[in-house]
Design a protein around this ligand. Structure first.
Ligand code: HEM
Length: 470
């Protein structure tokens, strides 16, 4: 039981039983940003039975994610994550202890380190050609491209290439549709506000049926993974792929296995679940901002042409030579962080922050969406202005707390190095050899900018535009 002596952070007055639940509304990141304007950068809410503490300034985010990192690195898994005992096996939801540390280490060593990523680049290269061919076809046939969908299929392709050299999501195939829908379904289940998360007695009743739906999606996904694993086990004798799946199976087949088959399937689920939608919605927002700002897309294209030349395919090693494109990506992360409240952390013990008590077991939300749009941190925060990053060193790798779309500290997104490559590559592919026209009659300033809240923050109305081959 936590000591009641300390003073809780300020916040709106809670109603009986539901507490401040109604304050969250349909877009919690926006409602919470508003509340922090009234109550300050550290606020306290009671949501049902849950203590919730919301952080909205870089300074306090640094306290939580760096200074007191150790006591704020647990999670309280949402009840949707209990499907197939995912909460007990998953890198995303495990507490920051041994099994979690092992999974993070394996991912880093086998997949996300620079040498590993450089070595798997060839597998990703052709998936970008598929994207470019698809856009080209749309241009020939005078059809629009749904940017978010094309980016999602490409993310799934790039990730399945990196993870197990297999292609799931061909642009037209049935299997791609199914895989895409399953991944979307999982995201929706985890992202839908679930009353059972705020009233633990409801956990086992699953009043909204979210847990049941999620189980069905997990079963489908595991059936796909089982198929891939079985096939690989058969072919391993004769051919070596040397991808993540081979590395995981090596660990599984050691005399004293480091990973069970279940561990492997839950890990793959985490990687696809956490990586696909975040990456593709970032690309969709970047293209949306660029289409609204024609002079900026031209600037980005000119830079690409200077550096890589016309018609040539971008290489991952080119990214570091493209400061303007990098600035476009940073500016997109500032205004449209894919996980606006990060993934909730949990306090293991009572901690005093900024003179206030953050009680044990409180859920900690870091509102990176709010600090990205806060005029205390940014000049003209509402303007899309990549130029602001050209003369400052700020990066999104977890050191500069005014820009932490991937979090910071020990829970920082492990997929960051791959995500960084994928986002730049997809954008470069879409920008370099194509001009984009909006649908008939739609004016630049009419592009809808509404966000749809979930665990990620995609555009509510998908962006569609006509490509014109240059
Ligand atoms: C633009 C793309 C991406 C963004 C914005 C993003 C953002 C994030 C954020 C904010 C977190 C939570 C950090 C925290 O708890 O404080 C996270 C966790 C995670 N991300 Fe990403 N991510 C992206 C892409 C990826 C990719 C491509 C992968 C894998 C291939 C991935 C795998 C994960 C995993 C496994 C976790 C959980 C880590 C843990 O709890 O220890 N993410 N990501």
């Amino acid at each position: 039981k936590h000591q009641k002596s300390g003073k809780l952070p300020p916040g709106p007055y809670p109603f009986p039983i539901i507490g401040n639940m109604l304050e969250l509304g349909k877009k919690p990141h926006q409602s919470l940003a508003k509340l922090s304007k009234t109550y300050g950068p550290l606020i306290y809410l009671k949501i049902g039975c849950l203590d919730v503490v919301v952080v909205s300034s870089p300074e306090i985010a640094k306290d939580v994610l760096q200074k007191y990192d150790q006591v704020f690195s647990s999670r309280s898994p949402p009840s949707a994550a209990m499907a197939k005992e995912h909460d007990k096996l998953s890198m995303v939801w495990l507490p920051a202890e041994n099994q979690w540390r092992k999974l993070r280490r394996i991912c880093k060593e086998q997949m996300f380190s620079t040498p590993r990523l450089d070595a798997s680049w060839d597998l990703r290269r052709e998936k970008l050609l598929i994207l470019s061919d698809y856009v080209n076809q749309c241009s020939v046939n005078g059809r629009t491209v749904k940017i978010g969908e094309a980016a999602l299929i490409t993310s799934l392709n790039l990730m399945s290439a990196t993870l197990f050299s297999v292609e799931f999501a061909d642009f037209n195939s049935d299997s791609s549709q199914e895989f895409k829908e399953v991944v979307w379904g999982v995201m929706e289940c985890i992202g839908t506000p679930n009353i059972a998360d705020y009233f633990p007695v409801l956990k086992y009743y699953d009043p909204q049926g979210i847990l049941r739906r999620n189980k069905v999606y997990f079963d489908k996904l595991f059936a796909i993974f089982d198929g891939i694993i079985d096939e690989r086990l058969k072919s391993r004798g004769t051919s070596v792929k040397n991808d993540l799946l081979d590395a995981l199976l090596d660990l599984n087949q050691k005399l004293e296995p480091e990973l069970s088959r279940d561990d492997i399937k839950h890990l793959l689920l985490d990687l696809f679940g956490a990586g696909a939608d975040t990456t593709s919605s970032t690309v969709e927002w970047a293209m949306t901002e660029l289409l609204r700002n024609p002079e900026k897309i031209i600037k980005a294209r000119n830079e690409l042409r200077d550096v890589i030349g016309m018609k040539k395919q971008i290489q991952e090693s080119d990214i570091s030579k493209l400061p303007y494109l990098q600035a476009v990506v940073k500016e997109t992360f500032r205004l449209h962080p894919a996980a606006p409240l990060l993934v909730p952390h949990k306090a293991d013990v009572d901690v005093e922050i900024n003179g206030y008590l953050v009680p044990k077991n409180a859920q900690i939300l870091v509102n990176v969406w709010a600090s990205g749009r806060d005029s205390n941190n940014w000049l003209s925060p509402d303007l899309f202005m990549p130029e602001r990053f050209l003369d400052r060193e700020t990066d999104f790798q977890g050191q500069d707390f005014e820009l932490i779309p991937f979090g910071a500290g020990r829970r920082i997104c492990p997929g960051l190095p791959l995500a960084r490559r994928m986002v730049h590559l997809m954008l470069a592919t879409l920008i370099c050899n194509f001009e984009w026209k909006l649908e008939e009659g739609l004016k630049l300033e009419e592009i809808d900018m509404t966000e749809r809240y979930g665990i990620t923050l995609p555009k509510a109305i998908p962006l569609e535009a006509f490509p014109i081959k240059l």
